[in-house]
Each structure stands twice: as structure tokens, then as C-alpha cells.
Design a protein. Structure first.
Length: 185
């Protein structure tokens, strides 16, 4: 096994491809977050030590944190942030909550595309429809993981780079069908 600790997850995955091992990730902060963009995460631990013989093992678990963060064991206990209980306040708008949630999801999807300079021809409504169709496709398949891969390839075939395609599908899932975030690993 090679040592991938300290590598950007994207690079670690590329380096592990030659070993033909499946990569599973776990949030080393203890927060239980899912990886959407591998380039934003750094490897902090690995389940198979560097130098160990793989033998029959076909999967390695990599502990990861967002680049710039520390893993949980590196943080003092008094730095653990506790959730703050807040009283639920009723919305001040007359817009029904379902419509407001839809508007927020639409805006967050477009904002993500804009912040990452992903072109969509300036046609917001078509971009939003495409993001929602992506989620419909993922939710209708037997394997959400496979549906994510197909969606990324479809975006690439439309002229986007692999990174852009991953960002588009990841942001669509994050905005419109977050229950499938696990399928983005």
C-alpha cells in the first residue's frame, strides 16, 4: 500500500487506481459529511498502512477533512461546537414554504454555477430544469451511484470538462435531491 496521507483526495484516488482498490471516504472531523468534490478534501488517515501488502483486500477507507481543517483527534475537546437550540420562527413572507424552499434551491444551484464559472448560456430557467432533471434521473434509477456516473458522463458529452461535470451534478444533487449526496463519493 502506498502512503496517501496529506494528499488532496483527487490525487490520492488517482494514485490508488493503479492498485485497483476501491476507495471509501469518511469525514475525519466526526461530522459525518459526504464528499462532493474530491479536490476540496485532504486525506488524513488510511485504513491500510503504507507499506502493508494488500493481499485480498480490495477496499481502502480514507479519512478526509476539507482542505485546511483538522481531523477530530487533532482538536481539543473544548473546541467542539455544540448546536444551539433556537426557537422556530414563522416566515415573514406570504410565499408558501414549499415555494420558498424551491426558490432557495434554484438560487443555490445557480449561485454555485456562477461562483465556479460554469457556463450555462445565461438561461437560468433551462439550467435549473436541467439540474432538476438530473435529480429525477438519479432518483428513478436502481443505483443512484451509477446514475450519478451516467449524469457526469452526459454532462461531459455536452462539452463540459470532467471537473465541471462533477460540479454540475454535485450542485444539482446538493440543491435538489440531497438525499442522494452519498452517491457522489
Amino acid at each position: 500500500m502506498i502512503d496517501v496521507i496529506g494528499q488532496v483526495l483527487d490525487d490520492a484516488k488517482d494514485n490508488l487506481k493503479a492498485l485497483e482498490v476501491k476507495v471509501k471516504t469518511i469525514d475525519d472531523t466526526g461530522g459525518g459529511r459526504s464528499v462532493i468534490l474530491s479536490k476540496n478534501w485532504t486525506v488524513t488517515s488510511q485504513s491500510i498502512a503504507a507499506g502493508d501488502v494488500l493481499g485480498d483486500r480490495t477496499e481502502v477507507e480514507l479519512g478526509v477533512v476539507k482542505t485546511g481543517e483538522s481531523k477530530k483527534s487533532d482538536m481539543p475537546d473544548n473546541d467542539v461546537v455544540q448546536p444551539v437550540e433556537q426557537e422556530r420562527q414563522e416566515p415573514e413572507s406570504n410565499t408558501p414554504v414549499g415555494d420558498r424552499d424551491r426558490e432557495v434551491a434554484d438560487e443555490s444551484f445557480i449561485l454555485y454555477l456562477d461562483l465556479n464559472n460554469i457556463p450555462y448560456g445565461g438561461d437560468r430557467e433551462t439550467a435549473i430544469r436541467s439540474g432538476r432533471v438530473t435529480c429525477d434521473y438519479i432518483s428513478s434509477g436502481k443505483s443512484p451511484e451509477l446514475s450519478v456516473i451516467v449524469s457526469i458522463r452526459t454532462a461531459q458529452e455536452s462539452g463540459y470538462t470532467r471537473t465541471q461535470a462533477e460540479q454540475i451534478v454535485g450542485s444539482a444533487v446538493g440543491a435538489f435531491c440531497a438525499e442522494y449526496l452519498y452517491a457522489l463519493n
